[in-house]
Design a binder for this molecule. Structure first.
Ligand code: DIG
Ligand code: MN
Ligand code: MN
Length: 389
């Protein structure tokens, strides 16, 4: 059935090979689904209506594969992309699965590991560029500690900065048209991961040699694991011109990284994420870095993928309704009214403005007594989401 909520390429919905290809292994159980080939995953994503597919290097090329095998795999993958019309907007490096990265990659205490991580990333960047990727994600899943006796956090930041500067310079030297997107996570698989939130990443980018090349890839679950408001983080990244990519999923607070289907836990915060992205005209991928419940077979995995995209589109339609709802918009106009025409004295400093503000008399009691009608506004939002208005 084709309806308003049927995904189309213009929606730019993408999934990683590792998401719908997740075989359901977890720390307490073995795989529950057979492993699909990357080509089978591409065809499954085409069947559910995705626009693109993302990948870590080793999602496609087995680690240690000979160049001839690598090229053969890439050719077959490119054929599947051509047959289905799917694109590869984003690529990244797996710097967390192989035991050599057990103590991190760029922040490892072993310079041989740091050098190997650079080599692996340069090769993975070449793979991503060959497949057409325009965004390159760095998620430092092992860049952290269990005991702070093991690493000096300042040295770790310097090592991470050195690696990113090196790789930015490599991309420039190769003439690649590629932007870097840093993805934060507070913990798991390490006890604590360096640069744990998108805010920390935004503060770090300014210290790099090529800050204009580097943005962020906020993930819903990762900010919510830290108890933070995801849309506030996305808004700060957007306002800084650094929202280069986004990982959509869902998460219950105080849990391990659940990577649930988008909108399956926090409907209201998912609504405000979609509303923000659509209101500002975000042009990037809507990437679902999520996976189906371990209970599911591949029909369930397809239902999971369809659910991510369908929920996004339903919330997109709700956001349009919210923006047109007369009672909501009237309330917002009242809430933001400039009753005494005060906004004219706010803005950039000048001596006259400072004198004017200092000379003003403000009725502090009246300001404190004003009712802001947020309860009514939020109830209208909830009722819109519940479909009663
Ligand atoms: C996990 O949230 C990370 C890795 O899956 C990947 O490096 C990145 C890309 O979305 N997200
Ligand atoms: Mn995650
Ligand atoms: Mn992610």
């Amino acid at each position: 059935m084709v309806d308003l909520f049927t995904p189309k390429p213009e929606h730019k919905f993408t999934f990683g090979l590792w998401t719908v290809g997740n075989v359901g292994r977890d720390p307490f159980g073995e795989p529950v689904r057979v492993k699909l080939t990357p080509v089978e995953i591409v065809h499954m994503l085409a069947e559910v209506g995705a626009y693109g597919v993302n990948l870590h290097d080793n999602d496609l090329i087995p680690i240690g594969a000979a160049p001839a095998e690598r090229d053969k795999i890439v050719e077959g993958f490119k054929r599947a992309l051509k047959d289905t019309g799917l694109v590869v907007p984003m690529a990244t490096t797996n710097l967390f699965s192989d035991p050599s990265f057990k103590d991190g990659a760029f922040t490892s205490n072993d310079p041989r590991v740091r050098a190997y991580a650079l080599q692996k990333t340069m090769n993975a960047i070449e793979l991503g560029v060959e497949l057409g990727a325009e965004v390159y994600v760095f998620w430092g899943g092992r860049e952290g500690t269990e005991t702070d006796a093991s690493k000096n956090p300042v040295d770790s930041l310097k090592r991470f900065r050195e690696a990113l500067n090196f790789l930015c310079a490599y991309v420039i030297d190769q003439g690649f048209d590629l932007k870097f997107a840093l993805e934060a996570k507070p913990n798991e698989p390490r006890g604590d991961i360096f640069l744990p939130t998108t805010g920390a990443m935004l503060g770090f980018i300014g210290s790099l040699d090529y800050p204009e090349m580097v943005g962020v890839n906020p993930e819903v679950a990762h900010e919510q694991m830290a108890g933070l408001n995801f849309v506030h983080h996305v808004a700060q990244a957007w306002e800084a011109g650094k929202l280069f990519h986004i990982d959509l999923n869902d998460q219950a607070f105080g849990r391990y990284d659940q990577d649930f289907r988008f909108g399956s836990v926090n409907l209201k915060s998912s609504f405000f994420v979609v509303k923000f992205l659509e209101d500002v005209g975000y042009q990037g991928s809507r990437h679902f870095d999520a996976h189906a419940y371990r209970t599911e077979d591949y029909d369930g995995v397809k239902a999971f993928a369809r659910g991510c995209m369908r929920t996004y589109l339903i919330l997109k339609e709700k956001a349009a309704k919210w923006n047109q709802d007369p009672e909501i918009q009237t309330l917002l106009a009242e809430i933001n009214s400039d009753q005494d025409h005060i906004s004219s004295i706010l803005g950039t400093y000048n001596a006259a403005r400072a004198a004017d503000i200092k000379a003003r008399s403000f009725n502090r009691e009246a300001l404190g007594k004003r009712g802001l009608a947020y309860e009514r506004l939020d109830q209208l939002t909830v009722e819109l989401l519940l479909g009663v208005n």
